[in-house]
Design a binder for this molecule. Structure first.
Ligand code: NAI
Ligand code: MG
Length: 330
């Protein structure tokens, strides 16, 4: 039976780039069943809820979800949606492409970010007028699950240039208990599975990555570190319009561009669809359509290199023209 894909355009350019990615998915005769659902600022204005219960349920039951972006309600939408797909890892590739002006053209790094705990687990308290605290959560089970995923990822040759190992970034010299546990469990799983793993203190990593990104391929991080370090890498490859991501769960997944609603260009039909199209490629691969996902990537790379290009990449093409060029290359 064909997979059910939930499609949430959301707000702003989400309404432009998600239809572009669907057009690319429809170029394959897979027969996906697309189900539209609503979330974001616009639905909140009419119903009072940024994430209707119906959307949450639909996403939880689907095989995969393609999400655009939400505006001011982003946190109220995306955090529960990651929960709806039971996502334990956030996969964030940052790759520089030929033809795109990048600060560090040799960058090709995939961050595997823990997606459920750390300082984002939501345990914040105001204890007095003067004092607020945050409890950081690290479990052996979540750390090991992330590490198992990282091992499979490199074993399957999905790392940049088919690299067969990964780097774990942590700060266990200071956060001895929590990052100590994270580091110990991740390295233990790598050793059990015979996968090469090295380690970096995350602050030193933040210096070394921009100086020489070619030294890194797959990077495994706790939640906050993965958020910050992957955004740092985004700065090296030139442009938010290029960066896809996957929230991978046990049964399903949520695929979304890293960018937001881009209110400055929304409605003009000039948004770069690349990040969302590459998110759709990750969706294909996640569902086992590896060859199709690879073909999407190749088509995108060819269009980035030869044009047409949208304004953020120095061109003057519309979203539709770039999408048509990608579909044409397929
Ligand atoms: P943004 O990513 O929407 O835009 C930042 C800059 O990048 C803008 O100049 C925009 O035009 C440009 N840009 C982003 N994506 C582009 C694309 N595909 N093509 C061409 N140019 C692109 O981030 P910003 O401005 O900080 O946030 C705008 C709104 O989006 C806010 O309401 C924020 O809450 C929301 N947001 C939602 C996210 C989500 O739903 N996952 C993530 C980030 C922000
Ligand atoms: Mg972020």
């Amino acid at each position: 039976m064909a997979e059910e894909i939930v499609v949430i355009e959301g707000d702003g350019i989400g309404r432009e780039v998600v239809p572009a990615a669907i057009e690319v998915l429809e170029a394959f005769d897979i027969g996906f069943e697309f189900v539209e659902a609503e979330a974001g600022d616009a639905v909140k204005e009419t119903t009072g809820e940024a994430l209707p219960a119906e959307t949450y349920e639909t996403v939880a039951d689907a095989d995969a979800t393609l999400f655009g972006a939400a505006g001011e309600t982003a946190a109220d939408v995306i955090l529960p949606l990651r929960d709806a797909v039971d996502s334990f890892v956030n996969v964030r590739p940052a790759k520089a492409y030929p033809g795109v002006d990048a600060l560090r053209p040799e960058t090709d790094v995939v961050f595997l970010r823990e997606n459920t705990e750390g300082v984002y687990a939501g345990h914040e308290d105001r204890l007095s007028e003067d004092l607020s605290t945050l409890t950081r959560v690290v479990t052996s089970s979540a750390s090991r699950e992330l590490a198992e995923y990282a091992c499979e990822f490199v074993e399957d040759g999905r790392g940049p240039d088919g690299r067969d190992g990964f780097t774990v970034a942590h700060k266990s010299n200071v956060m001895r208990e929590t990052d100590g546990r994270f580091r110990r469990e991740v390295l233990a799983v790598a050793e059990e599975r015979g996968v090469d793993a090295d380690e970096e203190l995350m602050d030193a990593f933040a210096t070394k990555l921009p100086l020489d990104p070619s030294g890194y391929g797959v990077v495994v991080c706790p939640n906050l570190a993965g958020d910050v370090l992957s955004d740092l890498a985004a700065g090296l490859v030139g442009g938010l319009g290029l960066l896809p991501s996957a929230n991978v769960g046990h049964e399903n997944g949520l695929f979304e561009p890293v960018h937001g609603t881009a209110p400055d260009i929304a409605g003009e039909g000039i948004a770069n669809p690349t990040a969302t199209v590459l998110s759709a490629a990750m969706l294909l691969e996640h569902l086992g359509y590896v060859e199709e996902g690879g073909r999407v990537r190749t088509a995108v790379e060819s269009v980035l290199s030869d044009g047409p290009r949208t304004g953020d990449l120095g061109g003057d093409a519309t979203t539709e023209e770039v999408t048509a060029a990608i579909v044409d290359r397929l």
